[in-house]
Design a protein around this ligand. Sequence first.
Ligand SMILES: Cc1cc2nc3c(=O)[nH]c(=O)nc-3n(C[C@H](O)[C@H](O)[C@H](O)COP(=O)(O)OP(=O)(O)OC[C@H]3O[C@@H](n4cnc5c(N)ncnc54)[C@H](O)[C@@H]3O)c2cc1C
Ligand code: SF4
Ligand code: SF4
Length: 219
Amino acid sequence: MKVEKGKAVGCNEFETIDADVLIVANKQETDSGFLRSLTGVVINEDGTIKIDMQRMTGYEGVFAGGDMLPGENRSATIAIGQGKKAAKYIDAFLKGNTYQKPEKHLTASYKKLHMWYKTDAPQKEQDKLAPEVAIQNFDEVNAGLSEKESRYEAQRCLSCGNCFECDGCFGACPEDAIIKLGAGNRYKFNYDACTGCAVCYEQCPCHAIEMIPEPVKSI
Ligand SMILES: Cc1cc2nc3c(=O)[nH]c(=O)nc-3n(C[C@H](O)[C@H](O)[C@H](O)COP(=O)(O)OP(=O)(O)OC[C@H]3O[C@@H](n4cnc5c(N)ncnc54)[C@H](O)[C@@H]3O)c2cc1C
Ligand code: SF4
Ligand code: SF4
């Protein structure tokens, strides 16, 4: 096999090897024929499906993602990400709207974080089979993490630039200018009450708050 344009292709060299069992596990072709009955769905030559900016196929209300889409990087992570994106468009479609991507904030680099908030905690090492044991069977080599260990790892996330609702700014604001919107909905700023003292900004651990000059009001 050789790799051409990111895809494995045969190179006409053959080799005979002894084997007890042969498991054919190559290719990632999509069996999309069942979609042919839906008018408007455009199926490419290789079986992949065309979608629009809303991740919808040519048939209204049918969305697609994962290996079904053209692209060289077909992996579980990409398929999961595309599923997550499609879910936002599907949700909006079902509500009769079009999903609008929110503006992305600037990257909160390490220097912008307030590390006093976090405790240094070493990364959990996964159990691994020794090479001499691993070659004897098809058992998982890397044991992965248990639910408890995964939750612990998730807590080590620095949440760079993304508010994780620690309530720090809400508690610190001397003007009560920060309004809590309830779990999962973060906060709203009452700019009429805000004096721009920057206390919220200075103590936010993950740089989720940005101070910007007040727009000059035209008279
Ligand atoms: C051998 C191999 C190794 C791989 N290794 C990795 C790896 O190490 N890491 C990685 O990230 N990715 C890996 N991948 C890629 C990864 O598995 C795929 O990119 C990913 O599973 C795509 O997800 P999907 O949901 O689009 O499709 P799938 O996971 O294929 O899911 C599609 C599902 O739809 C079902 N289905 C199909 N037709 C119909 C129908 N008509 N009606 C109802 N159901 C239907 C199928 O049975 C299947 O369950 C590998 C792929 C292969 C083939
Ligand atoms: S800048 Fe000061 S007044 Fe304004 S929201 Fe932040 S802490 Fe409150
Ligand atoms: S903006 Fe920052 S300080 Fe305020 S709740 Fe979110 S993470 Fe905490």
